[in-house]
Write a protein that binds this ligand. Structure first.
Ligand SMILES: [Zn+2]
Ligand SMILES: [Zn+2]
Length: 94
């Protein structure tokens, strides 16, 4: 487990230029908190381009982007693209 964590941390460091080992390890541990993925699986998910954050305001990832509006994220409320219905928080639909 600890070896796995060390390897995964170094892998993730390639994607976090300028960050210290301990910072990257903490980010990884935060991510893993309460999840069942191994450190290696976590890094694969965290570094998948589709899982990069697209918009900090609404938290949509690149994999969720809507091709039908200019913002392409959850901040666009007038777009009728199916992704907005799919990903909108139920409380926002009213
Ligand atoms: Zn849209
Ligand atoms: Zn947004």
């Amino acid at each position: 487990m600890s070896n796995d964590l060390g390897r995964a941390t170094r892998e993730l460091m390639h994607h976090r230029p300028g960050k210290k080992y301990t910072e990257v390890r903490d980010e990884l541990l935060d991510w893993l908190d309460g999840r069942e993925e191994t450190p290696g699986e976590a890094v694969a998910i965290m570094t998948d381009p589709a899982n990069e954050i697209l918009c900090e305001d609404c938290g949509w990832t690149v994999g969720m982007v809507c091709p039908e509006c200019s913002k392409g994220c959850g901040c666009e409320t007038d777009c009728t693209g199916w992704r907005h219905r799919e990903y909108m928080h139920p409380d926002d639909l009213a």
